[in-house]
Ligand binder design. Structure first.
Ligand SMILES: Nc1ncnc2c1ncn2[C@@H]1O[C@H](COP(=O)(O)OP(=O)(O)OP(=O)(O)O)[C@@H](O)[C@H]1O
Ligand SMILES: [Mg+2]
Length: 271
């Protein structure tokens, strides 16, 4: 079977790279090595990244202050320019450089390209934080399924509305939106923790949607993990079969999970 036929038959796997892990080149390089192994085995991959820490640095440099409301950064127009420049211009390019050095033909994209992530304001109090109302994954399918090059799309979580206005979208939500649209079988969140902690700070190895919801209600998950868990619940509800939250810092985690089906963090299932 040719590479293209083989890829065509594979289900999509969407991988979200968390911001804090991206600050360290050696972690990105470790992840790239796993991605390369999976890509060589014809897995059909889409990667989306965050960039919280890089955005914090860029905003601080410009002396712009910010506040988080339930894990989402309230976004003004002034901040939006910095956020877009940082995610698309700095973080995306940096990952692309390291992945290319590892021999991966990665194509950097912004969610605003071709209205891939079409948004509306999530709510007035959050300013330019976008809620995705429509996903157009055509460009991704063309890139991946139409080329023999084993192209991997790398998406920065920027949204756009019909007027071209840019939005700050939470990368965890954007990963969920893309996974749902692509009918992905597997969504993997790579973060700076071994997975989700329970109330005793013990790693939860397996959990179902309802129990995940209870973690949000009881405030066991907070901040960035709160948004992530909400995205996980939505992904499961919309037929993504398996969602895992794993440690980006541990070498080989991604490959063990995807190819060897080993549970390496928190495995989330639908009830
Ligand atoms: N119950 C919990 N289990 C694990 N982490 C938790 C929990 N409650 C809160 N957190 C926090 O959530 C953080 C992970 O979310 P965060 O948004 O910081 O990372 P990310 O989504 O991987 O990166 P980015 O947002 O930059 O893409 C952890 O570092 C931890 O401090
Ligand atoms: Mg986050």
């Amino acid at each position: 079977m040719s590479h293209l036929d083989s890829v065509d038959q594979k289900p999509w796997i969407v991988i979200k790279l968390g911001g804090s892990s991206l600050q360290e080149d050696n972690i990105v390089r470790q992840i790239a090595k796993d991605v390369k192994k999976l890509s060589d085995l014809d897995y059909k991959l889409l990667i989306i990244h965050g960039g919280g820490p890089a955005i914090n640095e860029a905003l601080s440099e410009k002396k712009i202050t910010w506040e988080f409301i339930e894990g989402q950064r309230k976004t003004t127009s002034e901040m939006m320019i910095v956020i877009e420049n940082t995610l698309v211009g700095t973080v995306n390019r940096k990952i692309q450089k390291i992945f290319s050095q590892e021999g991966i033909p990665v194509v950097g994209l912004s969610g605003s390209d071709l209205e891939m992530l079409l948004c509306e304001p999530q709510n007035e109090s959050l300013g330019l934080v976008g809620l995705v109302k429509k996903v157009s994954s055509e460009v991704i399918k063309v890139l991946v399924q139409g080329s023999k090059l084993r192209v991997i799309p790398l998406v920065a979580p920027i949204g756009v509305d019909e007027k071209g206005e840019r939005y700050n979208i939470n990368a965890d939500m954007a990963a969920m939106n893309l996974a749902v649209d692509l009918k992905a079988q597997h969504l993997v969140y790579m973060t700076d923790q071994p997975g989700i902690w329970d109330q005793n700070k013990q790693l939860i190895k397996e959990i179902e949607s309802l129990a995940l919801y209870q973690l949000t209600e009881t405030h066991v998950v907070q901040g960035g993990m709160l948004v992530k868990v909400r995205a996980v619940i939505q992904a499961l509800r919309n037929n993504v079969q398996e969602v895992d939250i794993i440690d980006a810092r541990t070498e080989g985690n991604l490959f063990s999970l995807v190819h060897e089906n080993k549970s390496v963090g928190t495995r989330c299932y639908r009830n």
